[in-house]
Design a protein around this ligand. Sequence first.
Ligand SMILES: [Cu+2]
Length: 206
Amino acid sequence: MTSRVPSPNPVRLLLAIGCLAATSATEHRHLDIQVFDQRGLPLRDAVVELARPAGDNRPLVFAWRNAMAQRNEAFVPGTLIVPRDATVAFPNLDTVRHSIYSFSRAARFQIDLYGSDQTRAHQFAVAGTVALGCHIHDHMKGYLRVTDTPYAARSDLDGVAQIGNLPEGTYAVTVWHPQGTGRDGEWHGSVRLVEGRPNRLTIGTR
Ligand SMILES: [Cu+2]
């Protein structure tokens, strides 16, 4: 049982391309960032975070539930973005029992075995990556990305992460993936958002 399972398929980030679009002249700008791996293929389940600008007071909430289910002996969704200090629910939707553990720096905790249609919860006070496992099923891997910024999104099947309601400005960008080869699975860069212009950001290529 280890806290970090060596990956057979390390992912090196080739580049991320961002495109800013405005649906009105004054607000609701959104940024689509497409993430590719070293083979040039779209990278799904990457988490893109734009650091909150100084003075920005947008509430730290997301459109999805703070819930990581266990279903068919898998964590669902496998990667979940949650606000810092969120209490995350872990419903067991299987007929078998599961436990949960993490040895990650951002959260070391353990939840004992619990059964079908039961749920447990845990609060996450430290931003960072939390790798989840189950004592019974070694193949079960799940990831929480605990974040301080409301400008965060997970990439879809096309490698696209959509971040909405963005003020114009320059942002520090972090892209994280469970198999990322950067330090802590992260790559870092910055992007300057100028309305009406596609923005290309090239992030570390380790
Ligand atoms: Cu299990």
